[in-house]
Write a new protein. Structure first.
Length: 212
């Protein structure tokens, strides 16, 4: 089962990818992680990517595709994988198809912007131990104080309202069009994201034709 999870930042893609990967015994391939690994290992394509990054440039799609192709050729991907962080744009999706990296199913986790803003701007992280909280869903016992170590709870830059709105804007402008691309290929399935985690997992499994 080769999967892509689509959805706005904060829609729960990472959480669901972790659950599905464990359930189906397939790896989650994060483009950020494999890029860093290729650079660390000094592979030819990793060195190519490093040159762009050292010069403060974005790594071009063809280099990223090359790194993804190397990674999915490994033995642990024989039964499938979940692609995380790619494709973000139609040209990337077209390049994946052209490179023979074809997906079985693309799950889009649907959730309103207002709900995402509420979710993300309510997140708090301990400045000392990194424990995560949410002012509504998982509040600390004492406001602003970590239950575990007593450290101060802070809002990450990524969770500030202006940053969240900016990221949502980029998603709608660049990534949302992928739904139409994969719908034409007959691979798109929509799943309601504004529900408890286990319910969203159940709906994803049903969309994949797998009994939960």
């Amino acid at each position: 089962m080769k999967l892509i999870l689509l959805g706005a930042p904060g829609a729960g893609k990472g959480t669901q990818a972790e659950i599905i990967a464990a359930r189906l015994n397939i790896p989650t391939i994060s483009t950020g992680n494999i890029l860093r690994e290729a650079i660390r290992n000094g592979t030819p394509i990793g060195l190519q990517a490093k040159q762009f990054m050292d010069n403060g440039m974005l790594v071009p799609d063809d280099v990223i595709i090359g790194i993804v192709r190397e990674r999915v050729a490994r033995e642990d991907c024989a039964n499938g994988y979940i692609l995380d962080g790619m494709p973000r744009t139609i040209p990337q999706a077209q390049a994946l198809e052209a490179a023979g990296i074809q997906m079985d199913c693309v799950i889009s986790i649907e959730i309103d912007d207002a709900v995402i803003e509420q979710r993300m701007t309510g997140r708090r992280v301990c400045s000392k131990c990194g424990a995560s909280y949410h002012i509504v869903a998982n509040p600390p016992k004492t406001e602003g104080i970590c239950n575990a170590c007593g450290g101060e709870l802070v809002i990450r830059k990524d969770d500030k309202p202006e940053t969240v709105r900016q990221r949502l804007e980029v998603f709608h402008r660049e990534t949302e069009a992928l739904k139409g691309f994969y719908e034409k290929l007959g691979k798109l399935k929509l799943v309601e994201g504004n529900q408890p985690i286990e319910d969203a997992t159940r709906d994803i499994m049903a969309a994949l034709g797998i009994k939960a």
